[in-house]
Design a protein. Sequence first.
Length: 261
Amino acid sequence: MEQSPAMLTQSVTRALGILSCFSNETPQLRVIDFAKMLNLTQSNVSRLLTTMVSIGYVVKDEATGFYRLGPEIVMLGGVALNNYEIRKQALPELYEIEKRLGLDANLAILDDDTLFYLAHVDSYDSPRMYTYVGRRNPLHCTAMGKVLLAYSEPEETDRLLSEAPMRSFTEHTLVSKDQLIEQFDRIRRKGYATEQEELALGRACLAAPIMGRTGAVAAAISVSGSLSKVNLPEREKELAGVLIELADRISSKMGHTTARV
Protein backbone atom coordinates (compact mmCIF):
# COMPACT_ATOMS: atom_id res chain seq x y z
CA MET A 1 0.00 0.00 0.00
CA GLU A 2 1.33 3.44 -0.96
CA GLN A 3 2.12 5.71 1.97
CA SER A 4 0.31 9.03 2.31
CA PRO A 5 2.33 12.28 2.40
CA ALA A 6 1.67 12.48 6.16
CA MET A 7 3.01 8.96 6.69
CA LEU A 8 6.07 9.70 4.57
CA THR A 9 6.74 12.89 6.54
CA GLN A 10 6.43 10.93 9.78
CA SER A 11 8.89 8.31 8.53
CA VAL A 12 11.41 10.97 7.51
CA THR A 13 11.03 12.70 10.88
CA ARG A 14 11.58 9.44 12.74
CA ALA A 15 14.61 8.55 10.61
CA LEU A 16 16.16 11.93 11.33
CA GLY A 17 15.31 11.39 14.98
CA ILE A 18 17.32 8.17 14.92
CA LEU A 19 20.33 10.01 13.49
CA SER A 20 19.97 12.68 16.17
CA CYS A 21 20.26 10.04 18.90
CA PHE A 22 23.94 9.53 18.09
CA SER A 23 26.42 11.73 19.94
CA ASN A 24 29.98 11.67 21.23
CA GLU A 25 28.58 10.23 24.45
CA THR A 26 26.41 7.66 22.64
CA PRO A 27 28.17 6.70 19.39
CA GLN A 28 26.65 3.20 19.37
CA LEU A 29 23.08 2.28 20.28
CA ARG A 30 20.74 -0.71 20.29
CA VAL A 31 17.18 -0.89 19.03
CA ILE A 32 15.85 -0.66 22.58
CA ASP A 33 17.91 2.50 23.17
CA PHE A 34 16.41 4.26 20.14
CA ALA A 35 12.92 3.13 21.15
CA LYS A 36 13.29 4.62 24.63
CA MET A 37 14.86 7.85 23.42
CA LEU A 38 12.26 8.44 20.71
CA ASN A 39 9.25 6.90 22.47
CA LEU A 40 8.70 4.45 19.59
CA THR A 41 8.05 0.73 19.48
CA GLN A 42 11.03 -1.53 18.86
CA SER A 43 9.35 -2.90 15.72
CA ASN A 44 9.04 0.61 14.25
CA VAL A 45 12.66 1.36 15.07
CA SER A 46 13.84 -1.95 13.58
CA ARG A 47 12.07 -1.26 10.28
CA LEU A 48 13.57 2.20 10.02
CA LEU A 49 17.05 0.95 10.88
CA THR A 50 16.85 -1.81 8.28
CA THR A 51 16.14 0.80 5.60
CA MET A 52 18.88 3.12 6.88
CA VAL A 53 21.42 0.29 6.92
CA SER A 54 20.52 -0.60 3.32
CA ILE A 55 21.40 2.91 2.10
CA GLY A 56 24.54 3.31 4.21
CA TYR A 57 23.39 5.89 6.74
CA VAL A 58 23.70 3.43 9.61
CA VAL A 59 25.88 0.35 10.12
CA LYS A 60 24.96 -2.63 12.31
CA ASP A 61 27.46 -4.71 14.23
CA GLU A 62 25.96 -8.17 13.83
CA ALA A 63 28.00 -9.57 16.72
CA THR A 64 26.76 -7.08 19.31
CA GLY A 65 23.52 -5.74 17.83
CA PHE A 66 24.74 -2.16 18.17
CA TYR A 67 24.26 0.45 15.44
CA ARG A 68 26.61 3.27 14.54
CA LEU A 69 26.63 6.01 11.92
CA GLY A 70 27.53 4.80 8.44
CA PRO A 71 29.84 5.93 5.62
CA GLU A 72 27.17 8.00 3.88
CA ILE A 73 27.03 10.28 6.94
CA VAL A 74 30.81 10.72 6.80
CA MET A 75 30.52 11.63 3.11
CA LEU A 76 27.77 14.18 3.80
CA GLY A 77 29.79 15.62 6.67
CA GLY A 78 32.71 16.13 4.32
CA VAL A 79 30.46 17.85 1.79
CA ALA A 80 29.12 20.17 4.50
CA LEU A 81 32.59 21.03 5.83
CA ASN A 82 33.97 21.69 2.36
CA ASN A 83 31.16 24.18 1.78
CA TYR A 84 32.34 26.45 4.60
CA GLU A 85 34.48 29.06 2.88
CA ILE A 86 35.94 30.26 6.18
CA ARG A 87 37.22 26.78 6.93
CA LYS A 88 39.01 26.55 3.59
CA GLN A 89 40.55 29.98 4.09
CA ALA A 90 41.62 29.33 7.70
CA LEU A 91 43.20 25.86 7.43
CA PRO A 92 46.67 27.05 6.30
CA GLU A 93 46.82 29.43 9.25
CA LEU A 94 45.70 26.73 11.69
CA TYR A 95 48.58 24.52 10.58
CA GLU A 96 50.93 27.50 10.86
CA ILE A 97 49.70 28.16 14.41
CA GLU A 98 50.48 24.57 15.43
CA LYS A 99 53.91 24.73 13.78
CA ARG A 100 54.89 28.06 15.34
CA LEU A 101 53.41 27.58 18.80
CA GLY A 102 53.32 23.82 19.32
CA LEU A 103 49.71 23.91 20.52
CA ASP A 104 46.33 22.73 19.29
CA ALA A 105 44.70 25.16 16.85
CA ASN A 106 40.93 25.54 16.50
CA LEU A 107 38.36 27.29 14.33
CA ALA A 108 34.75 27.73 15.47
CA ILE A 109 31.65 29.71 14.57
CA LEU A 110 28.52 30.74 16.40
CA ASP A 111 25.67 28.33 15.66
CA ASP A 112 22.39 29.14 17.38
CA ASP A 113 23.58 29.67 20.97
CA THR A 114 26.63 27.41 20.98
CA LEU A 115 30.20 27.25 19.76
CA PHE A 116 30.51 24.94 16.74
CA TYR A 117 33.93 23.60 15.74
CA LEU A 118 34.70 23.68 12.00
CA ALA A 119 38.38 22.73 12.14
CA HIS A 120 40.99 21.46 14.57
CA VAL A 121 44.71 20.80 14.18
CA ASP A 122 46.34 18.67 16.86
CA SER A 123 49.61 19.60 18.45
CA TYR A 124 52.33 17.34 17.04
CA ASP A 125 53.32 16.40 20.60
CA SER A 126 49.83 15.41 21.75
CA PRO A 127 47.72 13.94 18.92
CA ARG A 128 44.15 12.96 19.86
CA MET A 129 42.31 9.77 19.10
CA TYR A 130 39.17 11.73 18.18
CA THR A 131 38.23 14.89 16.30
CA TYR A 132 36.90 18.18 17.62
CA VAL A 133 35.21 18.94 14.30
CA GLY A 134 31.44 18.98 14.69
CA ARG A 135 31.58 19.31 18.46
CA ARG A 136 29.71 22.00 20.33
CA ASN A 137 30.74 23.90 23.44
CA PRO A 138 29.08 26.63 25.50
CA LEU A 139 29.93 30.27 24.86
CA HIS A 140 30.32 31.67 28.36
CA CYS A 141 33.22 29.49 29.51
CA THR A 142 35.37 29.21 26.38
CA ALA A 143 37.82 31.75 25.00
CA MET A 144 36.36 31.46 21.49
CA GLY A 145 32.85 31.81 22.87
CA LYS A 146 33.81 34.96 24.76
CA VAL A 147 35.36 36.42 21.60
CA LEU A 148 32.19 35.76 19.60
CA LEU A 149 30.06 37.30 22.36
CA ALA A 150 32.32 40.34 22.76
CA TYR A 151 32.38 41.14 19.04
CA SER A 152 28.71 40.46 18.29
CA GLU A 153 26.15 43.25 18.15
CA PRO A 154 25.02 44.21 21.68
CA GLU A 155 21.46 43.03 21.05
CA GLU A 156 22.69 39.65 19.85
CA THR A 157 25.08 39.32 22.79
CA ASP A 158 22.29 40.13 25.23
CA ARG A 159 20.01 37.57 23.58
CA LEU A 160 22.64 34.86 23.70
CA LEU A 161 23.46 35.50 27.34
CA SER A 162 19.78 35.58 28.25
CA GLU A 163 18.74 32.44 26.37
CA ALA A 164 21.75 30.15 26.68
CA PRO A 165 22.10 28.45 30.08
CA MET A 166 25.27 29.49 31.93
CA ARG A 167 26.13 26.15 33.46
CA SER A 168 29.04 25.75 35.87
CA PHE A 169 31.61 23.18 34.71
CA THR A 170 34.39 23.84 37.23
CA GLU A 171 34.95 26.03 40.25
CA HIS A 172 36.45 28.61 37.87
CA THR A 173 33.42 28.91 35.56
CA LEU A 174 31.82 32.36 35.45
CA VAL A 175 28.04 32.03 35.63
CA SER A 176 27.23 35.70 36.21
CA LYS A 177 26.04 37.57 33.14
CA ASP A 178 27.20 40.91 34.55
CA GLN A 179 30.70 39.61 35.36
CA LEU A 180 31.01 38.17 31.89
CA ILE A 181 29.92 41.40 30.21
CA GLU A 182 32.58 43.26 32.22
CA GLN A 183 35.22 41.23 30.37
CA PHE A 184 34.03 42.24 26.90
CA ASP A 185 35.51 45.76 26.80
CA ARG A 186 38.88 44.34 27.83
CA ILE A 187 38.63 41.62 25.18
CA ARG A 188 37.91 44.20 22.46
CA ARG A 189 40.77 46.44 23.66
CA LYS A 190 43.29 43.61 23.69
CA GLY A 191 41.94 41.84 20.60
CA TYR A 192 41.74 38.43 22.24
CA ALA A 193 40.20 36.43 25.10
CA THR A 194 41.65 33.88 27.49
CA GLU A 195 40.23 30.98 29.46
CA GLN A 196 41.83 28.89 32.17
CA GLU A 197 40.05 25.83 33.57
CA GLU A 198 36.59 27.33 33.06
CA LEU A 199 35.37 24.45 30.89
CA ALA A 200 37.74 21.66 31.90
CA LEU A 201 40.30 21.38 34.67
CA GLY A 202 43.90 21.42 33.53
CA ARG A 203 43.14 23.13 30.21
CA ALA A 204 43.70 26.69 28.94
CA CYS A 205 42.93 28.58 25.74
CA LEU A 206 43.53 31.92 24.01
CA ALA A 207 41.29 33.07 21.13
CA ALA A 208 41.01 35.92 18.62
CA PRO A 209 38.19 37.00 16.28
CA ILE A 210 38.02 36.61 12.51
CA MET A 211 36.06 39.38 10.84
CA GLY A 212 34.03 39.07 7.67
CA ARG A 213 33.52 41.32 4.65
CA THR A 214 30.78 43.35 6.38
CA GLY A 215 32.89 43.98 9.47
CA ALA A 216 30.89 41.58 11.63
CA VAL A 217 32.62 38.79 13.52
CA ALA A 218 32.56 35.63 11.41
CA ALA A 219 34.42 33.11 13.53
CA ALA A 220 37.09 32.67 16.17
CA ILE A 221 40.42 30.90 16.17
CA SER A 222 42.28 29.70 19.22
CA VAL A 223 45.26 27.89 20.63
CA SER A 224 44.59 25.41 23.41
CA GLY A 225 46.31 22.79 25.49
CA SER A 226 47.25 21.83 28.99
CA LEU A 227 47.88 24.58 31.54
CA SER A 228 51.60 23.84 31.50
CA LYS A 229 51.90 23.92 27.70
CA VAL A 230 49.80 27.04 27.15
CA ASN A 231 51.45 28.65 30.19
CA LEU A 232 49.53 31.94 29.98
CA PRO A 233 51.50 33.66 32.78
CA GLU A 234 54.65 33.48 30.62
CA ARG A 235 53.38 32.98 27.05
CA GLU A 236 50.26 35.16 26.80
CA LYS A 237 51.96 37.99 24.88
CA GLU A 238 53.64 35.56 22.47
CA LEU A 239 50.47 33.55 21.85
CA ALA A 240 48.30 36.64 21.42
CA GLY A 241 50.73 38.21 18.94
CA VAL A 242 50.80 35.16 16.67
CA LEU A 243 47.07 34.53 16.94
CA ILE A 244 46.04 38.12 16.18
CA GLU A 245 48.45 38.24 13.23
CA LEU A 246 46.99 35.10 11.68
CA ALA A 247 43.39 36.00 12.55
CA ASP A 248 43.89 39.27 10.67
CA ARG A 249 45.32 37.37 7.73
CA ILE A 250 42.25 35.13 7.57
CA SER A 251 39.98 38.17 7.95
CA SER A 252 41.68 39.71 4.91
CA LYS A 253 41.06 36.53 2.94
CA MET A 254 37.39 36.80 3.90
CA GLY A 255 37.22 40.34 2.48
CA HIS A 256 37.66 42.35 5.68
CA THR A 257 39.68 45.46 4.92
CA THR A 258 39.42 47.62 8.04
CA ALA A 259 42.45 47.23 10.27
CA ARG A 260 41.82 46.30 13.87
CA VAL A 261 42.29 49.28 16.22
